[in-house]
Design a protein around this ligand. Structure first.
Ligand code: HEM
Length: 370
């Protein structure tokens, strides 16, 4: 039996609107180009005229007469190129913002423009931040969206045939009923995502994290899902190892908890600043939660909401992702000292697995992903 085997319902993303400016029209670009061209020519002509009038027979006068015109043209061309590039980059930025906006109408409009410009599949969108993008019913066939943050995006009913999402973050995204034939989801984070009713024939999931994802029916012959991370929880043996070793410290749980905080602050004194409560009280609260946690490893219904809410509270305490590694190390060290020879390699691996799952849920919740 697995803990956390139950798949949770997805939270609907909020409906906040990001400010989206409308891109400049081609006519406006042309006007800017012509004005800058005229401006450049005027400037260079005045300069040349000035040199020739002031020093007609001098070296500079002759030089400006023979080369000045060419220099002016080259300088003007460079200037034009730079202005054009800046405008293009700005337009690109605006379109990407619009594409990732939290309004479906804006996002669909941007999708059409991006496709027209060929930017959907030339890698321009790689590494963009499209968190919460509302891309329902979008035509993203063959688009390249590698290493993109699409966490909590809505891609339901969209056309994703041959789309390339390699390395992207789609945590908590909604891909229900999306057409994903031959899409590339290799090394994609799809935790808590909803793929129910999605057409996944030929889609590749090697290295994808699909824990807690809603998968619906998958044809394993046509979908390459064998090398994805699917296992959500701990095995019955691992749960037993953790629970049995916990029984050995149950009687001395408050001392264990205090020893854990001593260990934590000894190795990382700066972390102590995060704790405003008296440490004995904190140790007591931790011990209480810890006992409930270990005792409920088989009870997903109870555990998941408790861990999600604990994770959200920790975000408010100022706890950051890297703190979880530090706390994990202190916990394992305290267990090693308290359990002595009974803390075998198998027991340690089971505790590490539990801590990894607990922190994964807490961190995802603290980021608002579940
Ligand atoms: C498995 C991981 C953890 C568990 C089970 C856990 C458990 C708890 C519990 C039960 C509380 C009592 C308050 C409440 O329920 O909201 C608490 C508070 C707190 N925890 Fe954790 N915690 C964990 C990880 C961490 C990490 C990684 C840090 C980072 C240093 C941390 C820092 C804090 C702080 C600052 C408080 C608030 C103390 C105060 O009120 O002054 N915890 N924790």
């Amino acid at each position: 039996m697995c803990i956390f085997a139950k798949i949770t319902r997805l939270n609907k993303p909020g409906h906040l609107f990001k400010s989206v400016k409308i891109a400049l029209s081609p006519k406006e670009f042309d006007r800017i180009n012509i004005i800058s061209l005229l401006f450049g020519i005027l400037g260079v002509s005045i300069l040349l005229l000035g040199i020739q009038l002031l020093h007609p027979g001098s070296y500079m006068g002759v030089l400006s007469n023979s080369y000045g015109g060419w220099l002016g043209i080259v300088a003007d061309a460079v200037l034009l190129y730079c202005i054009n590039n800046a405008i293009k980059r700005e337009e690109e930025q605006r379109l990407i913002e619009q594409f990732g906006s939290e309004s479906n109408a804006f996002a669909l409009d941007a999708t059409k423009k991006l496709r027209k410009k060929g930017w959907l599949n030339n890698g321009k969108l790689n590494e963009s931040n499209l968190v919460h993008a509302q891309l329902q019913n979008a035509n993203l066939g063959k688009s390249k969206l590698q290493n993109v943050d699409l966490s909590h995006a809505d891609l339901s009913n969209s056309f994703l045939v041959e789309a390339d999402f390699q390395g992207s973050n789609l945590t908590g995204a909604n891909l229900s009923k999306a057409e994903c034939r031959w899409a590339d989801f290799r090394n994609v984070n799809l935790r808590w995502a909803n793929l129910e009713g999605a057409i996944l024939d030929g889609a590749k999931f090697d290295g994808a994290d699909l824990r807690f994802a809603k998968l619906g029916k998958i044809n394993e012959r046509t979908t390459q899902i064998d090398n994805a991370i699917l296992q959500e929880g701990m095995s019955a043996e691992e749960i037993e190892l953790v629970q049995n070793s916990c029984k050995l410290i149950r009687k001395t749980m408050s001392e264990f908890s205090q020893a854990f905080y001593r260990e934590l602050f000894k190795a990382n004194p700066i972390i102590k600043k995060l704790f405003l409560t008296n440490i004995d009280n904190q140790a007591h609260k931790f011990a209480q939660f810890f006992e409930i946690l270990v005792g409920s490893l088989n009870d997903t219904e109870k555990l998941l909401p408790a861990l999600k809410s604990l994770g959200r509270r920790h975000a408010n305490y100022g706890v950051q992702e890297h703190h979880y590694t530090i706390v994990g190390a202190a916990l394992i060290q305290t267990l090693r000292k308290s359990l002595g020879t009974t803390f075998t390699n198998d027991v340690e691996q089971a505790w590490l697995k539990m801590y990894g799952l607990v922190t994964m849920i807490m961190i995802d919740a603290s980021k608002g992903l579940v």
